[in-house]
Design a protein around this ligand. Structure first.
Ligand code: BTN
Length: 328
């Protein structure tokens, strides 16, 4: 770990003054070198107080999103242990695919403060302004067949909801298969892309966009989208939330890879499914129909009960569902 990252970790974890002398001794550097690191951190937005005879203390942990901030927080087995951070990029999914081609390891994460051509599902764009939201992609090299990869999006949706619960103390839900919603509006979208070699997966990239501190939603999506700030009324530190999502994802991914389905995650997922026991319209290209959503099965399919009493397993790749009275 770089000295700056380590100093940041020490300051955050101690919550108290750390003397300049102690830091000099620890890193075998001069007082001026330590002072320079503090200056750099202050320039990045950290409020660090320097008091004679006491040392340095981190007063506030503002919403800083930098490589050092992420590095100093992420201590997982593999999710995010390799991290790339860009102030600005086209799309983190495209960056992650490039890294995938170059041989980057399983769990590599690309995060950005701003995307110039953020991509959504169905060829849509994903608005990605600077300084407000989370945009990241994780590169995965699963050792399972390509038809099991679709489930990873459900695994990520569950991880995001759990992270919002723990880190922000707020309740979010899942709109099947993989939108994260609050009060009927979308706060997070996930885009998984697969690169395969005849019958095995070369790599998968799962990209996540979370609306965190946006004060106003762009007019075009105001009816259907919201942010954590708008829902909870408080600013959220993006690095802390991103770290929590990765931590949750690491654990959930391992459960998924163990059974190669949602069996070990099904209950957690269904408990957060907003469509559950609600009337939905299934947008099947072969003909739309309606029923009551009952939850997912171990394969991640949505069980929809028709009026006749018959239950149909709906597969996410083919259809999407809509609530009868709006987006959810
Ligand atoms: C959706 O349409 O719901 C999916 C949106 C996915 C957006 C994220 S932001 C980070 C990553 N990079 C992209 O270009 N897209 C995904």
């Amino acid at each position: 770990m770089a000295m700056k990252t380590e100093i940041l970790t020490l300051l955050r974890e101690s919550g108290d003054y750390i003397s300049g002398q102690e830091l000099c001794g620890r890193f075998h550097v001069s007082r001026t070198a330590v002072w320079k690191v503090m200056k750099q951190l202050q320039q990045e937005g950290y409020i660090i107080e320097a008091v004679r005879n006491k040392g340095y203390m981190l007063k506030e942990n503002p919403d800083v999103l930098t490589r050092s901030e992420l590095k100093s927080r992420i201590h997982n087995r593999w999710a995010g242990n390799e991290i790339y951070f860009y102030e600005e990029t086209g799309s983190t999914n495209i960056d992650a695919k490039r890294l995938g081609e170059e041989g980057a390891p399983h769990g590599t994460v690309v995060a950005a403060d701003k995307q110039n051509s953020g991509r959504g599902r169905r060829g849509r764009t994903w608005e990605s302004p600077a300084g407000k939201d989370i945009y990241f992609t994780i590169l995965l090299r699963p050792e399972f067949p390509p038809d099991k990869a679709a489930g990873l999006t459900l695994v990520m949706a569950l991880s995001v909801v759990q992270a919002i619960e723990e880190e922000c103390g707020m309740e979010a839900g899942i709109k099947w298969p993989n939108d994260v919603v609050m009060n009927g509006k979308k706060v997070c979208g996930i885009l998984t892309e697969l690169t395969t070699e005849t019958d095995y997966i070369q790599y998968v990239v799962t990209g996540v966009g979370i609306n965190v501190n946006l004060e106003v939603m762009p007019e075009e999506i105001d009816e259907t989208a919201t942010s954590l700030l708008l829902e909870g009324g408080k600013r959220i530190g993006r690095a802390g939330l991103l770290q929590k999502v990765l931590k949750k994802f690491e654990g959930n991914y391992e459960k998924y890879a163990k059974s190669l389905d949602m069996a070990l995650l099904e209950d957690e997922y269904n408990a957060r499914l907003v469509n559950r026991d609600r009337q939905v319209r299934v947008l099947d290209p072969k003909g739309e129909w309606e029923g009551i959503a009952r939850g997912i099965n171990a394969s991640g399919e949505l069980l929809v009960e028709k009026e006749t009493g018959e239950t149909v397993e709906v597969y996410a790749g083919e259809v999407s569902v809509r609530g009868l009275y709006g987006y959810v």
